[in-house]
Design a protein around this ligand. Structure first.
Ligand SMILES: [Zn+2]
Length: 157
């Protein structure tokens, strides 16, 4: 049963980026069960994203639909969530949806990266940020100088 609950909770979509599940975003930390109580541990993403209440409700609903009776949702703030927790699947789905995925925070050497954002449409690196604020607090609007298409970039944190 825990297997079913884990699968159902993992598939809960992110309210702001509904094409990606909370598991693939790295928000879902663990799902455990003890004495009939299912405990779901989540780590919120951007502090600017007012999505945690919705995620909590959706997680509870999914767990109960999969057979859980008691559901406890624990929010863990440490270590803080980072876009480095996104799975390869999340990167692929974001790109398929025209969203440039976040880049790694630092090279393995620890040197911060300052690479151009790659255009998800044509792959060009000749892009510029057109607005710091996209449709959500997590995204920024960019524009490709090659194909002239605007696109959304998920900010790295
Ligand atoms: Zn382009």
């Amino acid at each position: 049963m825990l297997q079913d609950i884990r699968r159902a909770v993992s598939a809960v979509p992110d309210p702001e980026l509904p094409m990606v599940s909370i598991a693939d975003l790295g928000i879902l930390r663990e799902v455990t069960e003890s004495d009939g109580t299912v405990t779901v541990v989540v780590t919120p993403t951007y502090s600017g994203c007012p999505a945690m209440d919705a995620i909590r409700d959706d997680v509870r609903t999914a767990a109960i639909a999969a057979g859980a009776t008691e559901v406890v949702i624990r929010t863990v703030l440490s270590p803080p969530w980072t876009t480095d927790w996104l799975t390869d699947t999340a990167h692929r789905i974001l790109a398929e949806n025209g969203i440039a995925p976040p880049q790694p925070q630092a090279a393995p050497s620890g040197v911060p990266l300052a690479l151009s954002i790659r255009c998800p449409q044509c792959g060009s690196l000749a892009t510029e940020q057109s607005s710091q604020f996209g449709a959500t607090a997590c995204t920024a609007l960019h524009r490709c100088r090659e194909c002239l298409e605007p696109f959304t970039h998920m900010k790295a944190i």
